[in-house]
Every structure is written in C-alpha cells, then in structure tokens.
Design a protein around this ligand. Structure first.
Ligand SMILES: Nc1nc2c(ncn2[C@@H]2O[C@H](COP(=O)(O)OP(=O)(O)O[C@H]3O[C@H](CO)[C@@H](O)[C@H](O)[C@@H]3O)[C@@H](O)[C@H]2O)c(=O)[nH]1
Ligand SMILES: [Mg+2]
Length: 277
C-alpha cells in the first residue's frame, strides 16, 4: 500500500531552469525537524505541456537522486487549469496542493499548506493579503492592477481573501465531487471554490509572500484575461441563475400588471368619453 498522503501538483511550461530549485527546496522544507508533514509521505507531480526544454531529463535526474518527483508530459492539451486538473486526477495523496513552478509560490510554505488541510478544512488557500506578508516589490504595477481588478470581480462569488493566488490545496474527496469544471485559463481555484460549494469555514488561509520570477517568462496573456472574464460570466450564472431567473419573472409579472392597469384606465376614460356624446 502506498504511504503517499500528500501530492504537490506543479503545472509547468518551459520551466526547466526552475525545476531543480523547486523540487530540492520543497523536500528541503519537508525535511526540517519542525516540518508538520514527513517528506516520505509527499510526492511531487510536474504536469508539463511538451516543453522540450530539458524538463523531462531534469525530473528524471532528480528522481535518480532520490526525490519523489515524476513528470507527466501532455502532447495534445495545453493550459494551466487543465494541467492542474490532470495532476489532481493522477495524485495518490488525499491532500493535494497546486503551486507554480517559477518559485513565486515559495516552496518553504509547502509544509504549512499541506498540513492545513483536514477533514474539516477541505480547502487550503495561500493568501497574499494578510498581516506580515506582501507581494514582492519587483512585481510590476500593471500586474498588481490586473490582480486587484480580478479579485474585486470575484468578490460576489467567494469571500476568500485571495482566490487568485494560484497557490491552493484541496482534499481529494472534495475534488472528486466537482462537476463541469472550467479547465480553460488560469483560475481553477476559483472554479473549485464555487462549484464544490466550499463554505468559508472550510477554507484554511495560509499567508505567504509572493515572490518574483527570476527564470523563464510569465505565460499570462490577453487571451488568459479574456478567458477569466468568460469564466466569471459562467460562474455568476452558476451561482446566481436562480436569482436572475426569479428577478426576470418578477419584472415580467410587474410589467404585465402595470400594462393591464394602464390599458384599463385608458379603456375607462374611453368609455366615459363615449357616454358623453
Ligand atoms: N502545463 C502548463 N503549465 C502552464 C501553462 N501556462 C502556465 N503554466 C504554468 O503555470 C504556472 C504559472 O504561470 P505563470 O506564467 O508564471 O503565471 P503568472 O503570470 O505568474 O500567474 C500566476 O500567479 C498569479 C497570481 O498573481 C495567479 O493568479 C496565476 O494563477 C498564476 O499562479 C507556471 O508554473 C507555468 O509554467 C500551460 O499552458 N501549461
Ligand atoms: Mg509566475
């Protein structure tokens, strides 16, 4: 029987330069004496979209060195969210974590993130909006603006403080209940929070300081932002369709009643006018 209880899923596209520091730092943090999670119970799964940049060789070398890491190379699919879903499906652990490869989600927070999940805390959320943590000063202004805008638009959907951080964990039992996930774009955490109907008290928020990418490039593009807006529209409909339908019907009934009242008052005037002559 497998002793793996925790799975760390890393979506990666052209991240070869980051994989060695990422994996060694994750297992380094888990091997500290005060780590709440034993390193032997953790696997790391890199989900790569056929980067052909040496990522496969790097992971195989790390594996030979004794790190419990493997790589899934997808050749027919692309995209961050769908890569995460694939990793979660392949995960052996009951507690699953998603983190970026580029070290913006610092590996030193992995033990706390993994340990924060439990039967009562089905969701772990790394948050950059808490006391004592911050977004690195090197993060460009335009990215801060996009991030704040995206966060504000999601406010009616969840009260979680940072559903956009991309650093999150979910228990397998809850993930398996998710239906109709939107695997396009970057915001799979938001989709899971809404569609798995995670109540606020089932979310363990773990403050973390967001780092700066030093190797490779961000894959955020205009297309990704557009996908986010589409996803928001779908989630608003998912969450509020009953209210929207109710309001439309109410408006329609009021409209019909008002129209009838107006017509009958005009009809009343007409008949009075006719009786005069
Ligand atoms: N497999 C795969 N991985 C991808 C793809 N696109 C991006 N990734 C991987 O997903 C991670 C995040 O991608 P970045 O390109 O570094 O995104 P970002 O702009 O830094 O955005 C991140 O931070 C945001 C917080 O501000 C998050 O909102 C966002 O989800 C993401 O985590 C990286 O490990 C990257 O290699 C893809 O098409 N396929
Ligand atoms: Mg990044």
């Amino acid at each position: 029987m497998s002793n793996i209880r925790y799975s760390v899923v890393v979506p990666a596209f052209r991240e070869n330069g980051n994989l060695r520091p990422l994996v060694t730092r994750i297992f380094g943090a888990l091997s500290q004496v005060n780590s709440p999670v034993p390193a032997q119970e953790v696997e790391v799964i890199v989900v790569d979209d056929n980067s052909r940049d040496g990522s496969v060789e790097t992971v195989e070398q790390l594996r030979r060195e004794g790190y419990n890491v493997r790589i899934i190379v997808r050749t027919t699919e692309r995209g961050l969210s769908s890569a995460v879903v694939r990793g979660f499906r392949e995960a052996q652990g009951d507690n699953m974590l998603c983190m970026d490869a580029d070290l913006q989600h610092p590996p030193e927070y992995v033990p706390a993130m993994l340990a924060s999940m439990s039967p009562t805390k089905q969701f772990a959320l790394g948050t950059r909006y808490a006391k004592g943590v911050e977004i690195d000063e090197g993060w460009p202004l335009y990215r801060r603006v996009i991030s704040s805008g995206a966060r504000m638009l999601a406010l009616p959907l969840t009260s979680a403080s940072d559903p956009m951080s991309g650093f999150f964990g979910i228990r397998k039992e809850t993930f398996l209940k998710a239906r109709n996930l939107n695997s396009q774009g970057f915001k799979i955490a938001l989709d899971l929070l809404v569609k798995c109907q995670i109540p606020n008290d089932a979310i363990a928020e773990v403050p973390f300081s967001f780092g700066v990418r030093t190797e490779g490039e961000s894959k955020l593009s205009g297309k990704v932002i557009l996908r986010y807006l589409e996803q928001l529209a779908e989630l608003y409909w998912y969450r509020f369709s009953a209210i929207i339908v109710f309001l439309v019907i109410l408006f329609f009934i009021l409209f019909v009643l008002m129209a009838r009242a107006l017509l009958s008052s005009y009809g009343g005037l007409d008949s009075k006018a006719q009786s005069k002559y």
